[in-house]
Design a binder for this molecule. Structure first.
Ligand SMILES: NC(=O)c1ccc[n+]([C@@H]2O[C@H](COP(=O)([O-])OP(=O)(O)OC[C@H]3O[C@@H](n4cnc5c(N)ncnc54)[C@H](OP(=O)(O)O)[C@@H]3O)[C@@H](O)[C@H]2O)c1
Length: 299
């Protein structure tokens, strides 16, 4: 049984969609209005009740404060969700012995390194969002080390919510010319691929193929391949045959309240070899996303 918390966010909705084609797995979904992770009493009551009903419960935390730039002026709010909320979940999961899957970010790696990051590399979060995400993952791992799986992911997009791909689609159709940053390099992640990877990991543990103890710790997940934001925008325009022209610009030419790492490519060897995951290239998944978006716009 998988309990998806923050179920109406981008990743949460991808789990909702994945659940439709997985009738063999029981999913439960809690939106932010149904369960606010910053309220310890509510978290405790909900998880106690569900754990009594479903002894095999897994808690998947998709809830987060994700407004990277706004976090610079709302550090208290960001910390409340990304640190205190995660601490609440980890405390209760530890007490009840429940596995906790939690997501973090490539933005914890803000340094001069220009080779793919492995999970043991040192972290240098650059802004409030990244700092709160790092504090949250550390709190979860400290409170519940054996059964907390922290998955650091990057550049997440899907047909749901607001994300870079959807913004490029909209602006590419509205404007003749766009300037996009080319000196930040990372790996785009199609959120349904990430949800699918988590479900595969759950299934491997549920069927006894992998020991529960092996999920603990930090893991990386993103699609294969690397790109700049300029490359990603270019691929969207290419696949959608948008006439909008693209101009590569530097981070300096596009200042934002929060600094972003110049290079945050995640090495995924650990998760691939531990769980035998076959991760699609970002271009393959981008085309899937564009297809999904065009199918929904035709309805
Ligand atoms: N998006 C990216 O590019 C990216 C990159 C790297 C890592 N990540 C990580 O991936 C995870 C999923 O991100 P996402 O893109 O799905 O984010 P998202 O679309 O912003 O979804 C976050 C969800 O959390 C909910 N939430 C906020 N505060 C809450 C609270 N106190 N209690 C319960 N729910 C709360 C939000 O509900 P409301 O809408 O009601 O506020 C929203 O539904 C996050 O941990 C994020 O840090 C994302």
């Amino acid at each position: 049984m998988m309990l998806i918390i923050g179920a109406n966010g981008q990743l949460g909705q991808c789990f909702q969609q994945a659940a439709l084609s997985r009738p063999g797995i029981t999913f439960l979904f809690k939106s932010s209005t149904e369960l606010d992770i910053t309220r310890f009493a509510a978290v405790s009551k909900t998880l106690h009740n569900l754990a009594a009903q479903y002894p095999e419960l897994w808690v998947v935390n998709c809830a987060a404060y994700t407004a990277v730039d706004k976090a610079e002026s709302e550090p208290v709010q960001a910390r409340r969700v990304n640190v205190q909320g995660v601490r609440n979940l980890a405390r209760v999961c530890a007490k009840l012995g429940l596995p906790l899957i939690h997501f973090s970010t490539d933005y914890v790696y803000h340094s001069k390194q220009n080779t793919p990051f492995v999970e043991t590399d040192s972290v240098h979060p650059g802004g409030v969002y990244a700092k709160t995400k790092l504090a949250g993952e550390r709190a979860a791992l400290q409170l519940h080390p054996a059964k907390t799986m922290v998955i650091r992911t990057s550049w997440v997009y899907s047909a749901f919510g607001n994300n870079f791909v959807k913004t490029m689609l909209r602006l590419g159709a509205e404007r003749p010319h766009l300037r996009v940053v080319w000196d930040q390099i990372g790996s785009p992640t199609y959120a349904p691929d990430l949800a699918d990877a988590v479900i595969q990991i759950h299934q491997q543990v549920a069927t006894g193929k992998i020991a529960m103890e092996s999920i603990g710790g930090i893991w990386h997940y993103a699609n294969e391949g690397v790109a700049s934001w300029y490359d990603l925008a270019g691929a969207v325009f290419e696949y959608e045959q948008l006439a909008c022209t693209l101009e590569p610009i530097t981070t300096q030419e596009y200042p934002t309240p929060a600094r972003r790492p110049p290079f945050s490519v995640l090495d995924k060897s650990k998760i691939k070899s531990a769980f035998g995951l076959d991760i699609p290239h970002w271009r393959t998944s981008l085309q899937k996303c564009l297809k999904a978006l065009s199918a929904t716009s035709k309805h």
